[in-house]
Design a protein around this ligand. Structure first.
Ligand SMILES: *[C@@H]1O[C@H](CO)[C@@H](O)[C@H](O)[C@H]1NC(C)=O
Ligand SMILES: *[C@@H]1O[C@H](CO)[C@@H](O)[C@H](O)[C@H]1NC(C)=O
Length: 234
């Protein structure tokens, strides 16, 4: 970069860094930008359309009832209640969201990833076996048994799970650093793809027999573990 003043080079590098960083939730450009679904009465755009601040109320930042236990009477024995920008429109552009996890004894939140968020979990009731796995080629597995008051972190994008290994119900809350973290549940995604993936791909990838792949592709994988907000489309 001969001939260019150093500060210009530094500025160019900073601009580059900023454009890379903007692949994540953007930093807020104003105090708030409450989500509106249409542009009809919106004033500016940053993430979602923003509601005209004149019409914003405290309820745009409010949700009630996360103290109520959710039903775990399903295949997995678990229930995830996520509060992201669709439930709390005031979260728009703020880069955070929250979820409540309910797990019956032996209940599982199956291996999944959040493509846009790291997660921090705190156990309020019960005992959870949790873990995440790092990228190839190491595939290192980090796991813990968590009791009440214990906290664990799942780095962005990595496959992780929560399993109730206690004798009573378990409850945990998680924070995520995206207004819309996204959810990819591995089994659902791979074996429940719609339309189905050519079984030859799965036979080879997972080193399985054809009949096992057929069996798995016919299985119904519980996809609505998020009682609100399973958003594969965005
Ligand atoms: C926006 O759309 C979501 C999903 O369809 C809906 O749940 C939410 O209530 C809508 N919000 C507003 C402010 O209309
Ligand atoms: C999660 O709990 C809610 C409230 O108890 C219930 O309506 C919903 O069906 C449950 N979801 C699943 C997948 O069991």
């Amino acid at each position: 970069m001969k001939g260019f003043p150093n500060y210009l080079v530094a500025l160019a590098l900073m601009a580059l860094a900023c454009s890379i960083a903007s692949a994540y939730d953007p930093a807020p450009l104003q105090d708030f930008c409450v989500a509106a679904n249409s542009s009809t009465d919106a004033v500016f755009v940053n993430g979602k359309f923003c509601k005209d601040p004149k019409f914003v109320t405290a309820n745009d930042f409010f949700f009630q009832g996360l103290n109520i236990p959710r039903s775990t009477a399903n295949l997995l024995g678990s229930n995830v209640t996520i509060l992201n920008v669709d439930e709390i429109p005031g979260l728009n552009t703020l880069g955070i969201s929250l979820a409540r996890l309910d797990l019956a004894p032996y209940g599982l939140i199956p291996p999944h990833t959040h493509p846009r968020a790291s997660e921090i979990l705190v156990v309020l009731e019960g005992t959870l076996y949790v873990g995440f796995i790092t990228s190839n080629p190491d595939n290192r597995f980090f796991s813990k048994i968590l009791n009440v008051g214990d906290v664990f972190v799942f780095p962005i994008g990595l496959i992780h799970f929560e399993f109730n290994v206690g004798k009573s119900n378990a409850v945990a809350f998680v924070g995520l650093n995206s207004q819309n973290p996204g959810l990819i549940t591995i089994a659902n995604n791979v074996f429940g793809a719609n339309p189905a993936i050519n079984p030859d791909v799965l036979i080879k990838a997972f080193q399985l027999d054809k009949n096992v792949v057929d069996y798995l592709q016919k299985k119904l994988f519980l996809s609505n573990i998020l009682s609100a907000g399973d958003r594969s489309e965005s």
